[in-house]
Write a protein that binds this ligand. Structure first.
Ligand SMILES: [Zn+2]
Ligand SMILES: [Zn+2]
Length: 174
């Protein structure tokens, strides 16, 4: 990720933590970028035993986001960290009332999904679909998936079971 983007991320983190009177928490938060994220803009994890937070942002999507979308993503994840640290509820994947209140305090809508336009060059990456047999998971192409949907069958060479499709392409989640 570009240095200016990282600086921007850092200043939003500091700003958000300060708003909650949690600026001392900054040293407990590790920022990582993830090159494989194409379906989500970021995620956050709080390890209560270590009192450490890990936030990951999508290296792929970042250049395609508007400044506002970047900020929303950073604040969204920081709200997860603050919420978890304060013992917030885990319902709705951590997007319950206590997390929503933090987002609103930041002047943002507590949305779980970002209506981000995924650029064509990344869409191809997203269009890997999961298929399973008994023994393992395969990532298959859109072309193969279309063939399976129209009746083609593929067998795993190890367990000899037919592959089953397991998911659809999801929206981008922050
Ligand atoms: Zn198998
Ligand atoms: Zn979230």
């Amino acid at each position: 990720m570009e240095k200016t983007h990282l600086q921007q991320i850092n200043s939003w983190i500091y700003e958000t933590l300060s708003l909650f009177g949690e600026h001392a928490l900054r040293k407990n938060i590790n920022i990582e970028t993830n090159k494989r994220f194409v379906r989500r803009l970021g995620d956050a994890q709080w390890l209560p035993n270590k009192q450490v937070g890990i936030i990951r942002f999508s290296e792929n999507m970042w250049p395609f986001l508007s400044e506002h979308e970047r900020k929303v993503t950073v604040v969204h994840e920081i709200c997860h960290i603050v919420d978890s640290k304060r013992g917030g509820s885990r319902e709705f994947g951590g997007h319950g009332e206590s997390w929503q209140e933090l987002m609103i305090a930041c002047g943002l809508e507590p949305n779980r999904y970002a209506a981000v336009r995924v650029p064509a060059e990344l869409k191809r990456k997203i269009k890997k679909h999961e298929a399973k047999c008994v023994c393992r998971t395969f990532m298959i192409s859109s072309i193969r998936r279309t063939k399976m949907l129209s009746g083609d069958r593929y067998r795993c060479k190890d367990c000899m079971q037919l592959l089953q499709l397991t998911e659809q392409v999801k929206q981008v989640i922050t």
